[in-house]
Write a protein that binds this ligand. Structure first.
Ligand SMILES: [Zn+2]
Length: 169
């Protein structure tokens, strides 16, 4: 899989991201192409974009984001694409898998997005105690995910349908 190097606005290397993500960053005006594969183009309805090897963010991102994404409720909702981990419907709340009253912490692995109804039903119990099943496994965002969270742009916001990517070369 082709990876694109992401530089901070200060030209400091931050991370690599997939080509799809790199294209989204450029299309959303979050980054500019610094170096591209010669002769390869990403075709869109109105635009032809050189396939980026290196992109540079327009806005400076603070360095800690490149290592680990700090936990936040918003971050959990974004990571889980606002889908309830118990029923798959739209989630607006964050559930602690091991409740805080049982010592569960504010961590990426202990929290999932949940709809208000399921969060209320589960209450201060573990999924096992509540007889509820997790449909997804929580994960810690990778440095690339962390970068996209920092930019307010995530995989959930997919490429526009009219954008086609070239076959891997
Ligand atoms: Zn639910």
């Amino acid at each position: 899989m082709r990876e694109t190097l992401v530089l901070n606005a200060s030209f400091e290397p931050l991370s690599t991201v997939s080509l799809r993500r790199a294209v989204v960053l450029v299309m959303r005006d979050k980054a500019v192409v610094e170096q591209a594969h010669s002769g390869l183009l990403v075709r869109a309805a109105q635009v032809e974009l050189p396939v980026p090897q290196v992109i540079r963010l327009r806005r400076y991102v603070r360095v800690p984001f490149r290592q680990r994404a700090p936990w936040s409720r918003r971050g959990v909702l974004v990571r889980d694409r606002h889908r309830c981990a118990y029923c798959g419907r739209r989630a607006t709340t964050v559930d602690h898998i091991v409740p805080r009253s049982h010592g569960g912490g504010d961590t990426w692995l202990n929290t999932v997005a949940a709809c208000a109804a399921d969060n209320h039903r589960k209450a201060a119990r573990t999924p096992g105690q509540a007889g509820m099943k997790l449909l997804v496994k929580p994960f810690e965002p990778t440095p690339a995910d962390a970068l996209l969270l920092a930019l307010g742009l995530t995989e959930g916001e997919s490429l526009p349908e009219w954008l086609t990517l070239p076959a891997t070369a």
